[in-house]
Every structure is written in C-alpha cells, then in structure tokens.
Ligand binder design. Sequence first.
Ligand code: TXA
Ligand code: MG
Length: 555
Amino acid sequence: MPLLRLTLLTDLMPQETKIEMETKFYKITDAENQQKEIDEIAALLKSGEAVAIPTETVYGIAADCFNENAVAKIFEAKGRPSDNPLIVHISDIEQIYTLVKEVPEKALRLMEKYWPGPLTVILPKKDSVPDKVSGGLSTVAVRMPSHPAAKAIIDAAGVPLAAPSANISGFPSPTSVTYVKDDMNGRLPAIVDGGDCDIGIESTVITLAENPPVLLRPGAVTLEQLREVLGNVSVHSAVLNPLENGKEAASPGMKYKHYSPTADLTVFKGSKDEFVEFIKKYPSFTDHAMCFEGEEKDIPLPCVTFGKENDPFSQAKRLFDALRELDGMGAKKVLVRSPSEEGVGLGICNRLYRAAGFSSISSREGIIIGITGGSGSGKSEICSRMREKGCVIIDADEIAKGITKKGSSVLGKLADAFGHDIINEDGELNRRLLASRAFRDFESKRLIDSITHPEIVEICKKTALEETNKGKCVIIDAPLLFTSGLYSICNKTVKVYAPENIRIERLLARDGITREEILLRFSKQTEEEKASEAADVIINNYPPYKLEEEISKII
Ligand code: TXA
Ligand code: MG
C-alpha cells in the first residue's frame, strides 16, 4: 500500500522539535549496588526531566506522570502525536491507587499473576492523572515492570513514571541501548543502559474498563493466559487487521503507523519452501528477506533472521533489531516469513503486519499488480506483454462500461445526478452527453466518480481475488488506480510513463482527436498523475525503447 505508507510516514515524522543537549549515559548492571547512580537518575526525574530507562520489554522514556511539563518533554523527544496516551509505570502495588478510581477484582487477579511483568492494564483514571498522560481519555494504562533497574529507578523517584517506548514515533521500539542512542542522543539529558531487553516486544495491553475485557495489544503475556485468569476476553479487530475506515481507535496507538523500518515490508504467509519458490518466481518483488534462523542458506537474497520458527520468544527478542538491521543494509523491498499467530506469536504478527501496513501475500494465492498511466502512456502495450507472460488482465475501463448498461442501478443514479436525457430512447447511456456534463467542472467530476468508483472497485476486487485464488498473477489495468483506492488491494503498483509530447503524438495518430481535446483530457488526469508518483515501479515507455528490461521490473 505505497500511498498510505507515504502519507502516514510523513504525518509521523518528528516535527521541528530537535532538541540539542548533552546526553549523560549511565550503565546499571547491578541496581541494588549502584544506589549512587540510581539516585542521580531519580534526581533528574524528580526535577522534571525525561530519561530513557530499560525495561524487560523495550526501552522507555520516563518522566514523573503527575508533572505535565515533564510529560511534555517525552512527547517532544519522540515527536509523538499528543492524543496517543502513555503507560504509567509503578514499582509497588500501592501506587496504582494513586492513578485509578478503583481496582476491580479482575484487575487484582491479573496483577497478582503477572506483575511485575510485561502486562499493562487499562482502568478508569483518577482526576489527578493529567490529560497529557491519558491523551484526553478517561482511562489510564498502568504496568509494573520487572527489570531491576526500572524498579530501582521508580522506587527512588518516588512517583509513578509515564513511559512510552524510547524510539522516535513510528520507528521500531529499541531493545538495546545502541538503538536508544540512535534515536535519542541529544534529545534527552540521560540514557540508562540496562543491557539488552529480555522480551523484545512491548507489553500486552488489556482494557478492563470494558466488559468483557478487550485485548488491545498482544505481547508476552498471551491471550490464552489472559483467558485462563479472566474467562472471556475479546480481541480488538485492529490487532490483526487495518483499522476500519471511520472507526474510532480503542487505543489511539492503533491508528498510527508503527514499528516501521524505512524499507517497504510485505508479509508472506506460507512454508519456507513456498517462500523460496516465490522469491525465485518473482525476482523483482523483493531485494531482502527476513526469515527464521537456518533458512537463510536456501534464500538467494541478503537475509536477516528473527529467531527460530517454533520459538516465538526468540522471534520477539530479535524482531525490532531485525527491522532496524534491514535499514542498515539498505533494504528497499523486504519479504518477511510470517510466524504462527499462536501464543506470543500473536504479538509478533501484530507488530509485523503493522510494520508492513498490512500488506501480505499468501502462498496459496497469486499476486495482484496494479498498473496506471495517463492517456497515451502506452499502458495497454505493457498489459498485453504481461498477458503474454501468463498474467490475467482486468481492464477497469471495460468494467466501467459494463456497469452503466441499460437498466443498471448505476445508470439510474447517473441519470438522477446528470439529467434523465443522458439515457437514449433504447435505454442505453449516451456517453458523449454524460461526458460533456460530468467533465465540465471539478464538482461534477467528483460526483460521477462517487457514483461509479465504488462499483468498479468492488468488481475489480472480486474478479482479482477469484483469479489469485487460482494462483494466477493478476494485472489490474486502471487509469485511476490510486484515486479510486484500488491500489490498496495490490501487492505492487506500477506507473507507465512517457513524456507529454510523445503521448500527444501517439493520441493524435491513434484517436483522431485534436490537440486541444487531448490537453483537456490530460487536465482531467492530474490528480491521478500526482498520486501515482507513489507507485512501486515506474516503467519508461518511450524511445529508445528498452521494454523487455523495463517489464522485468514488474515481476
Ligand atoms: O512494554 C511497554 O509497554 C513499553 C515499555 C517502555 O514499558 N511501553 C510502551 O509504551 O510500549 P507506548 O507508549 O509505546 O505504547 C502504549 C500503547 C499505545 O498503543 C497507546 O495507544 C496505548 O498503549 N494506551 C495507553 N493508554 C491507553 C488508554 N488509556 N486507552 C487505550 N490505549 C492506551
Ligand atoms: Mg511505542
């Protein structure tokens, strides 16, 4: 989903908040015997500073949760959207009573079993917890970390500490101090090195402010374990699916892109052999692979590994490091072997799918490639060559014609919007008359698109999925691939490009229309033209032609 990725990433780029300061480093290997350092760190926190600290899950940026100015420094350092609430960390059960209105029996049972540890519970908050911490929500997230340095620091600070993960917003959470340094050096007065994090993915987040409780973020405390203690626990649909359009995020973190390396990730669901077969069959699809230990010798690409196939704890420990390593290797397009969704695997899948913007390929299905390009770019030529290579072509223009047939509901809607005289006496659409009305201004163009696009998209999707289910490589030939939203079902998007003068020459020769008519046609395509710059591949279709070479970029 290239377009989506782009817009979300720019949204998340830290704003102009780069704070330059001297960062002091502390190394805590034995918290009990390093009271002097612990007291120094606690003094910084008490004076209203934000400090990076280790926890057993990932590193966090901690600040006094009751001090709004201190909490503001966390958001500043991370470039984090202000409506995304923070988890408050405590070191003593009693502290939870300073944060929440009451601790229900269900919460007590969970706390008893899994605290200290990688579990966060959400409960209705007390008024004394600042809105900055809860992102304006009426609830607060609380967790008691088990890392000895985290515990000692909270004890010494004497207050609960609000702490999100210590990465720049949108990037993978840091599991070692090196990565904290990469993101936060110069942005915080102190970074505490407590060694590599044992777990490697963030805590499980469950809300008990609802009945039944809802799992919002899977982690090392598994769904199965939560159900053992609580009975019924539902799983928020956004755990494994993109947040539905217009649906409110139960946990504001759900609506933001996360854990993302710069590379474009696609999750592959299938066995190792199918993974290798796919990489060989579609060489231009991917330049780096992410796989389980021991598989790299069979994969004809540079690889990073993330743990053992049957050991989700080993995957959790490696996951974010692997994502960061891919960036270091200059990876652009990465195919990742999907782990099982069982147990801790659910947490790994959640992070991976989100890092991939939910783009996935299944071994049982074929792939969908979307092709766009302005009039005269030579899109049809490219599509017919792909047909020769065995791909199935879905022509969105043909579908558009099909849905406005005599008696169709779309034709009725068009007549209501643009006048009933656009229907000829024989009941068929007068395309010319419709075009003259629909393209006269921007508003009318919007209107016709809103009537026709949903149906075209629906039919394209249905046909594409039927064909991919047979294992076919499907090409959707759509002049409005991006503006119609069709790109979102594609595994790859392609823009066919030719300079304007060449396109004009081709159209003059082919369509027998005037230069003015051509320019008018172009002017209606500017929105798609702009959006399609986000395509994964640009195919240059103009002299001197190197079409074979260009086409090999597609699969
Ligand atoms: O393991 C962890 O939990 C790490 C370490 C540092 O403790 N912390 C962490 O924090 O991952 P953060 O801020 O990166 O993630 C907190 C998540 C976000 O998705 C946020 O939206 C959600 O918890 N959250 C926090 N308070 C919430 C609330 N009141 N209601 C719903 N979701 C909430
Ligand atoms: Mg985070």
